[in-house]
Each structure stands twice: as structure tokens, then as C-alpha cells.
Design a protein around this ligand. Structure first.
Ligand code: GLU
Length: 449
């Protein structure tokens, strides 16, 4: 059977690398097995969910090269969740509760003071029909909790192996809020059944959710043999702290703004926490070929931005010209060949490309006291044509006129001709420049001294 999987972000912030790793692993698994990938917006929290974040999710996935086959949003399916809620009520698994937030906070505090775990005490189960009538007559509206059965829950996790909860030490989860809105816990299960999801791959922060949701799945009649769970370790930053969507610090869009290559992000995230090494890749398809759940470990991998920057640089250097052409308008094959190996980011190519077109597009930064004589001699001896040998022959001529050689000579010329103290091999780069531009640039550097 071909897998049906889903990536189900809550659009309450920009996606960060932790979310994207979940999306990526789902996508890779689906690609590897010719599955169906659902993108589902878990947007039942109408106050915090925003259209700009929904657009952001789609934009980020697309930028990374991750496509989806089907799309749905929970806010469009509220009626459907109501029906699921009604089913659970009929089965006697949902019960009305009238406690206010303050009541619950107080009860929790009392439990804490007595050294007991903060689990809902099921006081509402003791309400008689008369009590309920009275509360309703007072205008109180209930929220609805799912009655968990006190039975062990276990599953064979695709990543972590067998997971068992012997006692149900959780509060009965609230599935429907006072205003009638379904909570994620219910909406997600109802959707996963309805969409025929076969694999739920998500972060290990959902392990307790899974234990609870398995009982909801079963209550709604799901054959659990047809559903596999897999929980990925959570990524932390270098200091061991988790990432949160709302911090926004390592959002995918901030990485994009920094010029990080999308393929580098995927190459790194697909391998973190696995037995494979993290290295630059030529294509996303390589990640698909190499994927296997058995390669994932249990400990939390650490994300290092510097490592990503290094992978990004190497990824860029591996890209064929055909890919570069798509990213930089009007880039020439020669500029890529000569300058590609020295750049950090794709944007850097604009700089080198522009140097071929406009003679005076930067300010000359002097290198040393000999600049004047070097530049004067360079102008006097400028060759008519440039080939691979020109650079060294020209430098020799300048030396014979000025008696200056080595670093002061090369740096003065490099700075005058490129505006930077680092960059491509000058012997190759000057062959791309027109002799007029070289002359104008030397003259303007000299003038600026
Ligand atoms: N909306 C949930 C989240 O963003 C989805 C969890 C799940 O995959 O079920 O954490």
C-alpha cells in the first residue's frame, strides 16, 4: 500500500528548522514510496492563526523544493469535527465540564501543594443531570473532555521502536471548547482518519499526544494496524535549547534572507540525528535515495548555523551552471567559471558580473604607499589584449619599471580592478574585463589617491 502522509503546521508563526525537518522527512518518505503528501493547516485556533503565516508555509516549502499533492485547512472543516464530536458524545466518551480556568488553576495548585501530579480530577463526571440543568440555567457553557480508558497504550514507533504507557497518567483531554470549537487533538484525529493517513511522522514533543490520540482513534473506529507513528528527535540549538516558532530567530525565511542555499538546508536537516554524515548534495533526490528510518537515533541533534553556512557554500560550488542561471539574471558562464569557486552566496555573483559592465562602480581602497607608482606603471604598460599569460607578463613589466613586486603590487591591482581584497584568480578574471574598463578603473583609482 502506498503511504499517505501529512505535514500539519499550525500557522501561528514562521516555520523554523524544526518544523521544516518534519516536513522534509515526510516529503522524502513519501517520495521514496510514491506516496501522497498532504499539506494541512492546523488552524482551529482562529485568534493566533494568520493568513500571512499560511502563505509563509507554502512559500517556504516551495522555496526548499518540497511540493505537496493535496491541501486542506482545518478551519474549512469545522462542521466535520462537530460530527466527530457528536459521535464521541453518543459513545459516552465525551463529557461536559463547567470549571472555569480559575477553578482549574486552583485545583492544580492544590494538587501541587499535596505533592500530587496535576491531573484533572474528573469532578465533572460526578455531576448529576440536575446539576447540569442548573448550571445550564445559569447560562454556563460546557467544554467537553474525552474520557480516557485506564488501559496501557503502546505502539511500534517507526523511529523509536516500541513505546508503552502502562498507566494513563494524563488529564482527560479537552476536545471541544466552550465556544463549540474543536481542539487540535480531536480535529487532527478526525482528519487523519478521513484522509486515510497511513503514517504520522512528527516531533517527539507529540509522544504523549500520540498516547492520548490512539484512544480517540480507536473510539472513532480506526483500525490501528493501518496507522504507523514515527517520532523524530527534537533539534536543539548549540546550547541545547529547543526552537520555538514564535522566536523567529532561525526561521526559514531568515535563513533565506541570509543567502543560505535551500538544498543545503535540506541536506543538513535530512541527515541530522542519523548515522549518515552531513555533506553537501547535488540534488534533493539523493536524500530520497539514501533515506531509511532505521538510520535515525534517539538523542537530540544540535543545529549549528556555522555548519549550515559551510554546507551552503559547498552546495553552491557544486551547482551546475544551469541552476545558477535560474538564480541570477543574465549571469555569464565565464563569470560563474572564474568566480563561482570563491563566492559565499549567490548574490555575490551580481557583484562580479557587474564589474564586467561598469567601469566605476566602487570606491578604490588604497593598499599602501606604493600604489601611485604601481598604478601609473600599470597604465603605461597596459596590454592591448588579455590572455592567460597576460597577468604575469604585465606584473613583470610593472616590476621592472617600479622595482615593486609581490603582495603590494598584486593587492594594489586587485583592489583597483575589483574593489575587493579577495576574490577569483586575477589571471583569469582580467580576461573577462575589456581593456577599456581596465584602463578606466586604473585611472579612476589613481585619481582617487
Ligand atoms: N499542528 C501540530 C503542530 O504544529 C501538528 C502536529 C501533528 O503532526 O499532528 O505541532
Amino acid at each position: 500500500m502506498k503511504p499517505i502522509i501529512r505535514f500539519a503546521p499550525s500557522p501561528t508563526g514562521w516555520l523554523h528548522i524544526g518544523n521544516i525537518r518534519t516536513a522534509l522527512i515526510n516529503w522524502i518518505f513519501s517520495q521514496k514510496n510514491q506516496g501522497t503528501f498532504w499539506l494541512r493547516m492546523d488552524d482551529t485556533d482562529l485568534e493566533r492563526s494568520k493568513q500571512e503565516y499560511i502563505d509563509g508555509v507554502k512559500e517556504d516549502l516551495t522555496w526548499l523544493g518540497l511540493s505537496w499533492d493535496q491541501y486542506t485547512a482545518q478551519s474549512d472543516r469545522l462542521e466535520f469535527y462537530k460530527t466527530a464530536g457528536e459521535t464521541l458524545k453518543k459513545l459516552g466518551r465525551l463529557y461536559p465540564c463547567y470549571e472555569t480556568q480559575e477553578d482549574l488553576d486552583f485545583a492544580r495548585k492544590m494538587q501541587k501543594a499535596r505533592g500530587k501530579p496535576p491531573i484533572y480530577d474528573r469532578a465533572a463526571l460526578k455531576l448529576t443531570p440536575e446539576d447540569i440543568q442548573k448550571l445550564e440555567a445559569e447560562g454556563k457553557k460546557p467544554h467537553w473532555r474525552f474520557k480516557l480508558n485506564d488501559v496501557p497504550v503502546s505502539w511500534n514507533d517507526a523511529i523509536r521502536g516500541n513505546i508503552t504507557f502502562n498507566d494513563v497518567t494524563f488529564s482527560d483531554p479537552v476536545l471541544i471548547r466552550e465556544d463549540g470549537m474543536p481542539v487540535y487533538t480531536l480535529a487532527s484525529v478526525a482528519d487523519d482518519i478521513d484522509l486515510g493517513i497511513t503514517h504520522i511522522i512528527r516531533g517527539e514533543d507529540h509522544i504523549t499526544n500520540t498516547a492520548v490520540q490512539i484512544q480517540i482513534f480507536e473510539a472513532l473506529g480506526k483500525n490501528m494496524d493501518e496507522l504507523t507513528f514515527g517520532h523524530l528527535q527534537l533539534i536543539t540549538d548549540i546550547s541545547g535549547q529547543g526552537f520555538s516558532k514564535r522566536e523567529g530567530s532561525l526561521s526559514i525565511r531568515s535563513l533565506r534572507a541570509q543567502g543560505i542555499e535551500p538544498l543545503a538546508i535540506c541536506a543538513m536537516l535530512a541527515k541530522m540525528g542519523t548515522s549518515d554524515s552531513i555533506e553537501p548534495k547535488h540534488y534533493l533526490a539523493q536524500l530520497v535515495e539514501e533515506f531509511d528510518f532505521s538510520k535515525f537515533g534517539k538523542s537530540s541533534p544540535k543545529f549549528d548555523l556555522q555548519e549550515l553556512e559551510m554546507i551552503s557554500r559547498k552546495t553552491l560550488h557544486l551547482l551546475p551552471f544551469e541552476e545558477i542561471e535560474k538564480k541570477v539574471d543574465g549571469i555569464s558562464r565565464d563569470v560563474w567559471k572564474v568566480c563561482g569557486g570563491n563566492i559565499e552566496k549567490v548574490e555575490d555573483l551580481h557583484y562580479w558580473q557587474n564589474l564586467l559592465l561598469d567601469a566605476t562602480n566602487f570606491e578604490f581602497t588604497p593598499f599602501g604607499e606604493n600604489d601611485k607608482s604601481i598604478l601609473t606603471a600599470a597604465i603605461e604598460t597596459i596590454p592591448d589584449e588579455f590572455s592567460e599569460e597576460t597577468w604575469h607578463e604585465w606584473a613583470k613589466e610593472i616590476t621592472s619599471k617600479t622595482n615593486i613586486k609581490g603582495k603590494p603590487l598584486f593587492m594594489a591591482l586587485r583592489l583597483a580592478l575589483t574593489g575587493k581584497d579577495k576574490g577569483p584568480e586575477m589571471k583569469d578574471f582580467i580576461c573577462l574585463l575589456s581593456p577599456q574598463i581596465i584602463l578606466q578603473r586604473l585611472q579612476s583609482a589613481l585619481k582617487g589617491l
